[in-house]
Design a protein around this ligand. Sequence first.
Ligand code: PSU
Ligand code: MN
Length: 306
Amino acid sequence: MQKDLIKIHPDVQRAINQNKPVVALESTIISHGLPRPRNYEAAQEFEQILRDKGVVPATIAVIDGVANIGLDAKGLDIIANQDIAKASVRDLPILAAKGISGATTVASTAHLAGLAGVRVFATGGLGGVHRGAQETFDESADLSVLANTPIAVVSAGVKSVLDIAATLERLETLSVPVVGYGTKIFPSFWLRESEFTLDWSVDSADEIAKIMAAQDLVGEGGGIVVANPVPADKAWDKREHDEVLAKAFAAAEAAGVRGKAVTPFLLGFIVEASQGRSLEVNLDLARNNVSVAADIAIAWSKLELD
Ligand code: PSU
Ligand code: MN
């Protein structure tokens, strides 16, 4: 049995020690959310967006049982090109004991980033409460983990395939602050808007950093959701979005997809059915989240110096 179950990349460790900006990136979006070969390009590009802003990327994944906080080129290749498990927090001890690899979801990425002391994390869209959850009980562990993990997650809201109203209610119950970045309307992943209004919006990364610091003092020790809409010129056409989603639900129902396979199935179906148009939007919103996360990490590193 392996003793060192967590490996922090030296660049990441140095940045944490020196209070330099670091942003965590998840690997499930690469392994299970985006098709090959675009997923590998995306993994590299997300890291490059951070480096260009002077921020150290910490892409997180389990490689041969070891939770890696920051991947090298070989690690990126493994998450993009090998068929590895989708790993939430509960899977981590099992992967560790078996010595196998897994792509970390928002839940497990946030958890591992938290253990390493990384405070800012960029994803595409947060997981949440699935439609029909009153019968299936399908609610992503992303929500409960954020209730206990001190990390700011930048996401384009939640995928419109989810029950957005129920997801926002659960985040309220779990005492996770949700703030719109330059908006008071909760975004719905491929679209800038959903029908739900937020209580709070912020206009700058500095303000998010202040909320993070205050959350440490007066919050419950959990995270923050920064809801960052896709840029207007990159959003998906609403009519096509609605049509394709309806088809995706019907296909998932017909195929009898359940549990952790639901999100990858829907995302894959939607890419095919839209002839790749949803994929371009997915990549654009993720790039935009990575960029905002970089600004927040920079603001956070400055704030801590004060
Ligand atoms: N956002 C994306 N693509 C993805 C996901 C989010 O743009 O693939 C992944 C995240 O890893 C998230 C997971 O944690 O989907 C949610 O899966 P589930 O609903 O099974 O918890
Ligand atoms: Mn689920």
